[in-house]
Ligand binder design. Structure first.
Ligand code: HEM
Length: 88
């Protein structure tokens, strides 16, 4: 289980932008997908494009129908509370 926090802002999220430490924002929640990377059917490099960033647009572009909420339950870090426009 990912270590949970009360909230995550864009500064904190952007620090976790690598294969060994990969967080993504998805629909208002920040997930630690480091352990999930190896299991992503779309591959590690694709998912890494969203590392430390807002994964929502890419997620919707490739598979808006995927039930990420059940898949990533154990990966929740906490709610996002920051400014998405300040992310790269
Ligand atoms: C495929 C999950 C993020 C790109 C898939 C599939 C799942 C999945 C379950 C298989 C879908 C199917 O066969 O119907 C997730 C989850 C994500 C995530 C839980 C949450 C972080 C992303 C991101 C990208 C991406 C950010 C792009 C940058 C792809 C691609 C495929 C795929 C290209 C298709 C692979 C193929 O058809 O061979 N993903 N994904 N995914 N994903 Fe993701």
């Amino acid at each position: 289980l990912a270590k949970r926090v009360a909230s995550v802002d864009h500064v904190e999220l952007s620090k976790h932008d690598k294969k060994e430490d990969c967080w993504v924002h998805l629909f208002g929640i920040v997930y630690d997908v480091t352990q999930y990377l190896d299991f992503h059917p779309g591959g590690i490099p694709e998912l890494l494009r969203a590392a430390g960033r807002d994964a929502t647009p890419l997620f919707n572009q490739y598979h808006a129908w995927v039930n990420y909420e059940s898949m990533l339950k154990a990966c929740i870090v906490g709610p996002f509370n920051g400014d998405l426009s300040k992310l790269k």
